[in-house]
Design a protein. Structure first.
Length: 364
């Protein structure tokens, strides 16, 4: 796949080539993240028409007249709140008989509105064509991911150095402290609701922080990330507060080894499902198959979960410049659990690690 060089116009050209393959004259893009990817526009109401003849039209409403001109100066603009139907009408008036649309994103009511507005248009599925383009990042996008990961790394280091993870402190207090540090370090937002899970709660993969206070001997699992110019980092580390028990060392070492296997398997051309299988086999061989209950990882970028996926039935193969997470876990209900997660970029010469915080077991 050619490198779009952090250039929305080049990205639209890649989509244009896909339209030629589909033998369709235009695509209606309505998913806001995809509109942003293809234009740079970040408003909350927009749709984009990309045509094979090179005419691209962005529709948004009157709130964004100035913003759309500044962020997307190289496309035509239509100012109308009915962003999808107005572009369908534009396509019909231009003599286009067929229009591809994001069928996996458009609601039933949205499709009905398109059909009623321009009944003469044949609507066909574009599928996840834009998401497929987004899965391989250009170097500008990777640099933003690198910056987001560095913010998260530094925030955790500062939290630990300040004694922010200690006996008597609640999960909510730790989560808010970590969030505040990421924002102070330059994150525009947190990537998602930060997970802080202590003691037996650490056995819940996606636990929401509560008022439970850290106790001596607890695992504390932290899953968090920072957003930088729209791009999301994702990292999980599990620490122990106080004295380490033998069972904690056992499952921590197991997860760390399984995670290493997953990281080392990341290579161009490798099947996504095969990476998951290798990690799952390591955990199963240790007798913990039933304690590993989720997929291995996912792509990251403008969304915290995007293509490609790493799981049992994940389709496709890894490609150059695809950022993915590797995040196996072992969860013992009522006792505690461990997850270790990194964000990495698949490269032709081996994976690039973006989350640099040590994976050695930290005992606080």
């Amino acid at each position: 796949m050619p490198n779009a060089a952090n250039d929305p116009a080049a990205r639209r050209d890649l989509l244009r080539a896909r339209l030629v393959e589909l033998e369709v004259p235009a695509a209606l893009v309505t998913h806001l993240v995809n509109v942003r990817y293809l234009t740079g526009f970040t408003g909350s109401n927009a749709a984009l028409l990309v045509t094979t003849d090179g005419t691209d039209v962005l529709a948004t409403d009157g709130r964004y007249i100035t913003q759309s001109a500044q962020q997307a100066p190289d496309v035509e603009r239509v100012i109308d709140r009915r962003v999808a139907t107005i572009l369908a009408a534009w396509a019909a008036e231009a003599g286009m008989g067929t229009l591809a649309y994001e069928s996996h994103r458009v609601t039933v009511d949205g499709l009905r509105a398109l059909q009623q507005t321009e009944p003469q248009l044949e609507l066909i599925s574009l599928g996840a064509a834009v998401e497929e383009l987004r899965s391989a990042k250009d170097e500008g996008e990777i640099e933003l991911l690198r910056q987001a990961c560095a913010i998260a790394d530094r925030a955790l280091a500062e939290l630990i150095a300040a004694g922010g993870i200690r006996v008597g402190r609640s999960e909510v207090q730790i989560a808010r402290d970590l969030d505040w540090r990421m924002l102070e370090l330059g994150a525009e937002a947190v990537s998602f609701e930060t997970i802080v899970a202590s003691g037996s709660n650490s056995a819940i993969p996606h636990h929401r922080p509560t008022g439970r206070q850290v106790e001596p001997g607890d695992f504390v699992k932290l899953d968090f990330g920072a957003a930088c110019a729209g791009y999301h980092s994702d990292m999980t580390r599990t620490v122990v507060v106080g004295q380490l028990a033998e069972w904690q060392r056992e499952i921590y070492d197991l997860v760390a080894d399984a995670q290493r296997i997953g990281r080392e398997m990341l290579a161009v051309g490798v099947e996504c499902a095969a990476v998951d299988a290798a990690v799952r086999d390591r955990i199963s061989d240790a007798g913990h198959a039933e304690h590993y209950t989720h997929g291995l990882g996912h792509g990251v970028g403008l969304e915290i979960h995007e293509a490609p996926m790493l799981g049992r039935d994940a389709p496709g193969r890894l490609g150059d410049r695809m950022p993915v997470t590797v995040e196996p876990g072992v969860y013992l209900e009522g006792r505690g659990g461990v997850r270790i997660e990194d964000t990495l970029v698949v490269r032709t010469d081996g994976p690039e690690l973006l989350t640099m915080t040590t994976k050695d077991l930290c005992i606080l």
